[in-house]
Design a protein around this ligand. Structure first.
Ligand SMILES: [Zn+2]
Ligand SMILES: [Zn+2]
Length: 108
């Protein structure tokens, strides 16, 4: 049973559509069915969380010559991150290999 979004009248099924008997308003039935499917079945949780515990910390990212503002060490891991896709280019995030201090490339 489906009621019209526009006028509230009862709608009848017509192929892939619900069609309002009063105002001719139409909406697809497939979308309705798909929405119901995803809410009832949800996601397959078999895979579970990825175990990262055996990943060597040194292998997380490439290192580069960068001066740590915290301890003065000249080597840091870095990763590229897009802060806001629309108005900013990629920013490099550094992590000091010596003390673990994190900072952004444009923090000076
Ligand atoms: Zn209607
Ligand atoms: Zn440091």
């Amino acid at each position: 049973m489906e009621f019209c979004d526009e006028c509230g009248s009862m709608m009848h099924g017509d192929d892939g559509l619900w069609v309002c008997g009063s105002c001719e308003f139409e909406k697809p039935r497939d979308a309705e069915a798909e929405a119901a499917m995803t809410t009832t079945h949800g996601q397959d949780t078999d895979s579970g969380p990825v175990d990262m515990s055996d990943v060597d910390d040194e292998e997380i990212g490439p290192t580069t010559a960068a001066r740590c503002p915290e301890c003065g060490h000249d080597r840091a891991r870095y990763e590229m991150k897009q802060i806001r896709a629309a108005d900013e280019s990629e920013t490099r995030f550094f992590t000091c290999t010596e003390c673990g201090h994190k900072w952004r490339e444009d923090d000076h």
